[in-house]
Write a protein that binds this ligand. Structure first.
Ligand code: CO
Length: 175
C-alpha cells in the first residue's frame, strides 16, 4: 500500500514537472520575439524600430576612440543616440561625449571653445554651433539623447573633451 502511494506521488510530481516545463518554453518564445522582426537595419549601427525611431549605438573606451566613423539617418527622423563608455577611467581624465555640430562649424575653433568650458561639461555656454549633444560620461557609464534629424547633409560629430576631437570624430549623414 505504501509503495503504491509512493508511486502515485512520484507520478504526480513528474506530471507537474512536465507541465511547468511546457509553460517555461512558451514563456521563452514570448521573450524572444519583441519587435525584432519589425526592425530594419539601414547600416551597421543604426536600427530603425517599429515607431520609425533611428536607434544609434556608439561605444567608446579608454583609448579615445569611437567604434564608428559615421552613421546615417533620414531628414526629420527621430533619432535616439546612446553612448556607452566601456573603459574604466573617470570622466575627469577620459571623459567622452558626442557633440553633433551644425554645418560650416569649424572643428578646431569649436573644440578650443569647448576646451575652455570645463565648468559646463566642455560645451561652450550659449553656443549656437550644436545640433545635439550627450552629457559627458566616464568609464562604465551610458547616456542617451533624443533629437530630430536636421535637413539633409553631412555633419561632424566629435567628443569635446580637451584634445579628444583629433581622434574622436566622425560624420553624421542625413539623407
Ligand atoms: Co573623449
Amino acid at each position: 500500500m505504501k509503495r503504491i502511494l509512493f508511486a502515485v506521488i512520484s507520478l504526480s510530481i513528474l506530471v507537474s514537472c512536465g507541465k511547468n516545463k511546457k509553460e517555461d518554453t512558451s514563456e521563452k518564445i514570448k521573450i524572444e520575439s519583441p519587435k525584432k522582426a519589425e526592425t530594419t537595419k539601414n547600416n551597421s549601427n543604426v536600427e530603425v524600430d517599429a515607431d520609425g525611431v533611428a536607434n544609434v549605438l556608439i561605444t567608446t573606451n579608454d583609448i579615445m576612440k569611437f567604434n564608428i566613423k559615421k552613421f546615417t539617418v533620414k531628414a526629420g527622423q527621430k533619432v535616439k543616440l546612446t553612448l556607452t563608455h566601456t573603459g574604466k577611467l573617470d570622466k575627469k581624465v577620459m571623459g567622452h561625449n558626442v557633440v553633433i555640430l551644425k554645418k560650416d562649424v569649424k572643428l578646431s575653433l569649436f573644440a578650443s571653445k569647448a576646451a575652455a568650458a570645463k565648468d559646463n561639461d566642455y560645451i561652450p555656454e550659449g553656443t549656437t554651433d550644436v545640433i545635439a549633444h550627450t552629457k559627458m560620461i566616464g568609464g562604465g557609464e551610458t547616456t542617451s539623447i533624443e533629437f530630430t534629424a536636421p535637413e539633409a547633409g553631412t555633419y561632424d560629430f566629435i567628443c569635446s573633451f580637451p584634445a579628444h576631437f583629433a581622434m574622436m570624430k566622425g560624420k553624421f549623414i542625413v539623407e
